[in-house]
Design a protein around this ligand. Structure first.
Ligand SMILES: [Zn+2]
Length: 203
């Protein structure tokens, strides 16, 4: 067999890593992390505490089809359904944060929030997955989480600062790319509308 060298990783992994590095420096955190890119992995992403400081992703299994009937293929950056490689890396990274950096955060969350914050189907699996989906949104689009549930936003913020700005400008950049049906879902499910160029909660 020839030597196989990967000169550069898939671009989205580098973008995800730059977000991770920003989170690390903004919060003065000190941890080592390996992002293991494994094209033979049978799942899109994986984290296990048995292999510390490591997350695994398989870029080949990223399947996005916004016309598919099943929501599991839908993906909108900066929204609650986000299946880009960036979001997969940040999902697994959030598991790593829960287990190795902010130890106890899942139990703390479980004690404070008994009701499921159902961002997506994953949220119903268990408290780990629910919290990780919340953290991923907080990392990518913090204002949206703040508008969806201010108490949950405050809870995560008490542990670490988001690497992304909690600003209308940042949230609207994502909003501008949402198709009509996602804007409708935002209005119906989360009571959020764009009014006077501001994403606003309308009761
Ligand atoms: Zn997970």
């Amino acid at each position: 067999m020839s030597n196989i060298q990967m000169v550069s990783s898939p671009g989205e992994i580098l973008i995800a890593d730059s977000i991770i590095q920003k989170l690390k420096s903004k919060n003065n955190l000190d941890f080592d992390l390996t992002i293991n890119i494994d094209y033979l992995l049978d799942t899109i992403g994986m984290y296990t505490p048995e292999i510390p400081n490591t997350i695994f992703v398989n870029p080949d299994l990223v399947m996005i089809d916004n016309d598919a009937e099943s929501k599991k293929y839908h993906s909108y950056s900066g929204y609650v359904y986000d299946n880009t490689l960036i979001a997969v890396v940040l999902h697994e990274f959030s598991h790593f944060l829960c287990h190795e950096v902010f130890v106890g955060i899942v139990d703390d969350y479980d004690k404070k929030f008994s009701k499921v914050l159902a961002l997506c189907d994953n949220s119903y699996k268990n408290k780990d997955e629910e919290l990780v989906e919340i953290m991923r949104l907080y990392i990518i689009n913090p204002l949206l989480l703040k508008l969806i549930d201010g108490d949950v936003y405050k809870f995560i913020k008490s542990y670490f600062k988001s690497p992304s700005p909690t600003s209308q400008k940042h949230a609207i950049e994502f909003y501008d790319d949402y198709p009509v049906r996602i804007r409708k879902e935002l209005a119906k499910k989360w009571k959020l509308k764009l009014l006077d160029n501001k994403i606003t909660k309308v009761e």
